[in-house]
Design a protein around this ligand. Structure first.
Ligand SMILES: Nc1ncnc2c1ncn2[C@@H]1O[C@H](COP(=O)(O)OP(=O)(O)O)[C@@H](O)[C@H]1O
Ligand SMILES: [Mg+2]
Length: 258
């Protein structure tokens, strides 16, 4: 089966003042696959996500989402394209004054005309998928960090997005909690078959989820290859990344299976 790109960045350039962050980024995100973007801190990984979401416009180049250039889309078109997206950023950004249930129900209440009974079915199913049972009436402050992330994930998935973006989704969690999040990703991706774009520093763990690893280096995508190819590569830039950023690869693998 041939793979189809659902997102394409073509020679995307972006500067802030005298700093050129993206120097001609070329990247294709394949349908139904999980692409993990890696690279040093401050290299522009979040910038890539923001360009795809249409939150930032490139100085030049194209950002195609389902063939449409999101960087040139008007308001209405932008809204239509974004309806395909589910987003989970670092701080799950739940509403503190709303219960777990209401947080997850929110997108359905705002964006659909479903009845409360229909909404309840969907919310219950999503909470069960994330192993959140019996906490519907709790407030974000009353649940653990790991559970908050899972509620954030449930909310990101509740409208059944075709593409989901996770920008450093496990920041602030300990090893066990972040493993748990990756386990939930893996299970939901297998069941729901969405396309995923993940920015993560948890490189060894994320390798088990990734279909492709895209390395951002000096403002360009240096390579976008399978995790196996990445780990076996003798390309000097990849080797350096592996050795500096993934020094903990082996010790971390010993922490146990995902
Ligand atoms: N709004 C902005 N104004 C100025 N510089 C920015 C802005 N957004 C991002 N940058 C710069 O772009 C670079 C890449 O940022 P970012 O994409 O957040 O990196 P990463 O996610 O890889 O850590 C950083 O050096 C950052 O300072
Ligand atoms: Mg970032």
């Amino acid at each position: 089966m041939s793979e189809k790109p659902v997102v394409q960045l073509i020679d995307v350039k972006k500067s802030y003042g005298s700093q050129q962050v993206l120097k001609g980024v070329n990247l294709s995100i394949m349908e139904g696959k999980t692409t993990v973007i890696v690279g040093g801190s401050g290299q522009g990984k979040s910038q890539i996500i923001k360009h795809i979401l249409g939150l930032v416009r490139p100085d030049s180049g194209k950002v195609l989402v389902y063939g449409k250039d999101i960087s040139r889309a008007g308001k209405r078109e932008l809204r239509a394209i974004r309806a395909n997206f589910g987003v989970l950023f670092q701080n799950a950004a739940l509403f503190d004054s709303m219960t777990v249930y209401d947080n997850v129900a929110l997108p359905l209440r705002e964006r659909t005309r479903l009845s409360e009974a229909e909404i309840k079915k969907i919310v219950d199913r999503n909470l069960a998928l994330m192993d959140i049972i019996g906490s519907d009436d709790k407030y974000p402050a009353q649940i653990s960090g790991g559970m908050r992330k899972r509620v954030g994930l449930a909310r990101a998935l509740v409208l059944e997005p075709r593409i989901i973006f996770f920008d450093e989704p496990t920041t602030g969690l300990d090893v066990a909690k972040s493993n748990e999040i990756y386990r939930v990703f893996f299970r939901t991706q297998t069941q729901l078959k969405y396309t995923a774009v993940i920015v993560s520093h948890d490189v060894p763990k994320i390798f088990k989820l990734a279909d492709y690893v895209a390395l951002l280096h000096n403002g360009v995508i240096h390579s976008c290859i399978t995790p196996e190819e990445f780990q076996l590569s003798d390309d000097p830039v990849i080797r350096e990344f592996v050795e500096t950023t993934m020094g903990q690869l082996y010790s971390s693998e010993m922490e146990g299976e995902l």
